[in-house]
Design a protein around this ligand. Structure first.
Ligand SMILES: Cc1cc2nc3c(=O)[nH]c(=O)nc-3n(C[C@H](O)[C@H](O)[C@H](O)COP(=O)(O)OP(=O)(O)OC[C@H]3O[C@@H](n4cnc5c(N)ncnc54)[C@H](O)[C@@H]3O)c2cc1C
Length: 574
């Protein structure tokens, strides 16, 4: 049986260890604190986790607080003028509720669940480099998920991916109860004062029950950076309220009678957002693999850290499972991280870092337009849940203007694209990856669920790429395309080909088909087609293809319904 050591039992480490345990691996989970010490200790985060990350916990049966954690149903944002003058405000619903379960509750429970799991062991000590040597000698793989802890220094900083070399904010957290009821649906309410700092708050579940978390992000040296003289939790609460009173008076009224949830319900600190090289070489020459905050540390301004950690655990678990019995080489470690970086982390980091500098004109334009155009607000809210969806319009100025122009036109027509998408999502489909060979020899591919059979004689099928999809010109220039109807266990391919990347095929074997079209293995059916017609259709094109060759190996297909992947089962009545 494969032995894997996971050092650090936070969001990422405990989630990965439980996932590996469930798949029969012999896991050593190393934690510097036992569950009781974690529960009694100080808070570590505000850990607002959005639906996509929660889905990764649900998939492993780990979200035990579904009914107790208060639902966070939207994102609200207020951009406040320099002298406290009211600025722009908007609110948009999230597609699924977010939850914040105090990590003292969650990680303590997960360590106990792992210990009760009957396979593997929990080791209680603060691991040092010598311990890593020992784990590397006695295990097939060592994953270091010690968060901001000292061990992350083993992994060299990657200057190309780390634009900042010092903290961009002084941070403070205050867990409180006894606040006045929220007026509207509970949302994460972000309040931004450019040049001064940000304040956001949301409901959560802590060790003593429901609470509210106040998060302060203070520009260093600015007027909100005023925590250094605080000595006691009570002083911390008083300073929190003073800041609200001075800078965010509309929020103050709700909190004026607030009390701390417990003496551990406060946190102050600073961190430098840093991306590190993911593979560290120990003195013996053995390698260990870094995960989540240990190698991708984000400022909390966009609440991405725990979400990123959950995604890291998911990607790493997937990578280990797919690797089977093969050796965990440094190349595999690098590839595992690269897939995670390309598939998720780069968007979370880019989105977060973009808010840590002065707002660029196009970011300001987007945040401002959201107050008038609900679909822009919805798109921004969705970006908190899945920062990949912010590509490209958040990251590129020209795309931002194009996006805004499109949304303005739709808005003028009073047409809610999101509602229509939700309605169309009621139609269950399979999932395909469509591939082609660009005229310059590059392989291109994208995930599509718009695949439809059209005619048997002649044999025709269609699919519909979006006009702003980056590989559209390559599909347009190629003579052929291949449609792969994905099997239930190929959801990773669906994600990989749905995520923008220079080379979406990295790590995926292909064989050349008709006209060099790259073919993927393992699909339940595959159709090689010659493009016979392209039809203009609104913001999409319709590609009509004549099937020249096909295979149908069969198996369980991947199903997509209402924004989620499903596995089809036979109807019990039929
Ligand atoms: C003020 C603040 C607010 C935040 N708010 C949010 C938010 O709203 N939403 C969000 O998604 N994220 C938020 N985050 C970030 C989030 O908490 C982290 O990104 C996430 O917890 C990272 O998970 P991890 O598993 O990598 O590390 P951690 O959760 O930090 O876990 C690391 C674990 O390793 C243990 N450890 C450390 N060193 C050793 C050692 N040598 N040996 C053994 N064990 C060790 C630690 O005790 C800990 O249990 C916030 C962070 C801060 C600081």
């Amino acid at each position: 049986m494969r032995r894997i050591a996971v050092v650090g039992a936070g969001q990422a480490g405990a989630q990965l260890a439980l996932g590996l345990q469930a798949h029969g691996y012999d896991v050593t989970l190393v934690t510097d604190r036992d569950p009781d010490a974690i529960r009694r200790g100080p808070v570590m985060s505000s850990q607002c986790m959005f639906d996509t990350a929660l889905q990764s916990e649900r998939a492993l049966g780990l979200h035990h607080w579904e009914d107790q954690a208060p639902n966070i149903s939207g994102i609200a944002l207020s951009l406040i003028g320099p002298h406290g003058t009211p600025g722009i405000s908007w609110q948009a619903p999230l597609e699924g509720p977010a939850h914040s379960v105090d990590q003292r509750v969650k990680c303590a429970a997960w360590i106990e669940q792992f210990a009760d799991g009957g396979r593997g062991e929990v080791v209680l000590h603060e691991a040092g480099v010598d311990d890593l040597e020992w784990y590397a000698r006695t295990h097939d793989l060592v994953v270091v998920s010690t968060g901001k802890g000292e061990l992350s220094r083993l992994f060299p900083r990657n200057p190309e991916l780390s634009p900042y070399d010092r903290p961009r904010r002084a941070l403070a957290l205050t867990y409180v109860r006894g606040t006045a009821p929220r007026e509207a649906e509970s949302a994460v309410h972000y309040r931004l004062i450019p040049g001064v700092g940000e304040y956001f708050s949301f409901p959560a579940l802590t060790t003593t029950g429901p609470c509210d978390i106040m998060v302060f992000e203070c520009v260093p040296g600015g007027p909100m950076d005023c925590w250094d003289d605080i000595r006691t939790p009570q002083e911390h609460l008083t300073r929190s309220l003073e800041i609200l009173h001075r800078f965010f008076p509309d929020a103050y009224e709700r909190y004026r009678d607030a009390q701390l949830t417990d003496p551990g319900g406060v946190l102050r600190g600073r961190l430098t957002p840093t991306v590190r090289h993911p593979v560290a070489r120990l003195a013996s020459g053995r390698r260990v693999l870094g995960m989540a905050d240990a190698v991708v540390l984000n400022d909390p301004i966009t609440g991405q850290g725990s979400n990123n950690a959950a995604q890291a655990a998911t990607h790493y678990l997937d990578s280990v499972l797919r690797h089977g019995a093969a050796e965990f080489t440094p190349q595999w470690m690098q590839r595992t991280f690269d897939n995670f970086w390309r598939g998720w982390a780069q968007w979370a980091v880019g989105w977060t870092n973009s808010l840590l500098s002065e707002l660029s004109p196009h970011h300001r334009a987007l945040l401002t337009a959201a107050a008038e155009i609900p679909s822009v607000a919805s798109a921004l809210a969705t970006g908190f849940d899945d920062p990949r969806t912010l590509y490209r319009w958040w990251f590129e100025e020209a795309e931002a203007h194009r996006f805004l122009a499109e949304k303005r036109t739709q808005h003028a027509a009073r047409f809610d694209g999101r509602e229509l998408r939700r309605a169309l999502g009621q139609y269950a489909t399979g999932v395909t990856v469509v591939t082609a060979r660009a005229p310059d020899g590059r392989n291109v591919g994208m995930t599509a669920n718009s695949f439809t059979s059209v005619s048997l004689d002649p044999p025709l099928v269609l699919w519909c790429p979006g006009k702003n999809s980056p590989s559209l010109p390559d599909f347009t220039d190629a003579s052929h395309f291949a449609v792969h109807v994905l099997a239930a266990d190929q959801h990773h391919l669906s994600r990989q080909f749905a995520t923008p990347a220079d080379d979406k095929f990295r790590g995926i074997p292909t064989t050349p088909g008709i006209a060099g079209t790259p073919l993927l293995d393992g699909a339940v059916a595959r159709f090689q087609c010659r493009t016979v017609q392209r039809l203009d259709a609104g913001d999409h094109l319709i590609f009509l293809g004549e099937v020249e060759q096909y295979e149908a190996d069969g198996g369980t297909p991947l199903v997509f319904h209402s924004g989620y992947y499903h596995v089809a089962t036979k109807h019990p009545d039929l």
